[in-house]
Design a protein around this ligand. Structure first.
Ligand code: PMP
Length: 284
């Protein structure tokens, strides 16, 4: 029976519940993280906790636990579930309140830790690459809700995801309010253009992915030139290579956008090299 951390203790999955008055449920008022477990170790836990606390601070939610205690609780939840390879979902919701929006009328933010298995893209996806379409739904305007906040309100991404699945694609490209490339619904995007690895900057209105940052570090170590720079769809259409990064996806090749093949329509050498380097990092 899997164990979930809720209200400060580990309970059986069936007993792991929160109030229907919780503003996380009523309004998507809360923040979360998705983290991988490789070989029994929580991967890049410090980076994920830093982002969780920043997201919480950005929505003026005080997490009623220190980072060190939350790290310890995460590790014990993974251990209690005997997980060697899997996925951790850390959720902090505003807590139960009234039916109004006012967060001051809520109490007891809930901290939930779920450690479970993960469904990944099948191995063929890494050999053949993904096909993307551009969603008409733009990424949240940064002045409305910063994409840097990993909030419980994912409807913006879900609407774009539906457009993707309707078109037979498992991911969809999202542009920002200026028409520039932002990211995919649950992954960051990279291209290789004239030998340079390029990805949109954080101020393009994207989530600053932990995998994105790890891949940038790996590329720099491998002496691959990297630029965080504004990208237009044109840049993807004419790129040599394209790939996505994310906690679940790791590094996944993209071989077409809007029906146009990227490069020669097969995963490219830089993509394959970075996927290999990333997998080595997860095992180190
Ligand atoms: N962008 C969005 C919108 C995401 O939800 C995610 C996480 N699934 C990412 C990018 C990738 O971030 P990370 O590498 O931290 O998982």
């Amino acid at each position: 029976m899997s164990k979930v951390f809720v209200s400060g203790k580990l309970v059986d999955k069936e007993q792991a519940t929160v109030s229907v008055y919780d503003h996380g449920f009523l309004y998507g008022d809360g923040v979360f993280e998705g983290i991988r477990v490789y070989g029994g170790k929580v991967f890049l836990l410090t980076e994920h906790l830093d982002r969780l606390y920043e997201s919480a601070r950005a929505i003026r939610l005080e997490i009623p636990m220190t980072k060190a205690d939350l790290a310890a609780a995460t590790n014990s939840t993974v251990a209690a579930n005997g997980l060697s390879d899997g996925y951790v979902r850390l959720v902090v919701s505003r807590g139960a309140g009234t039916l109004g929006l006012d967060p001051r009328k809520t109490a007891n933010p809930q901290i939930i830790i779920i450690a479970d298995t993960i469904t990944m893209y099948p191995p063929e996806t890494y050999q053949q690459g993904l096909k993307l379409i551009t969603a008409s739904t733009i990424r949240n305007h940064p002045q409305a809700l910063s994409a840097r906040i990993k909030s419980l309100n994912y409807l913006n991404n879900i609407m774009a995801k539906i457009e993707g699945t309707d078109a037979g694609c498992v991911e969809a490209l999202m542009l920002n309010h200026k028409g520039e490339v932002a990211e995919c619904t649950g992954d960051n995007l990279f291209i290789v253009s004239r030998g340079v690895l390029k990805t949109p900057p954080v101020d393009a209105g994207i989530l600053e992915g932990i995998t994105r940052n790890a891949v940038i570090r790996l590329a720099r170590e491998a002496k691959i030139p990297v630029a965080e720079t504004t990208l237009l769809r044109h840049d993807i259409y004419v790129a040599e290579e394209c790939f996505l990064t994310g906690t679940a996806a790791e590094v996944v090749p993209v071989t077409s956008l809007d029906g146009r093949p990227i490069g020669d329509g097969k995963p490219g050498p830089v993509t394959r090299d970075l996927l290999e380097r990333f997998r080595r990092l997860t095992r180190s």
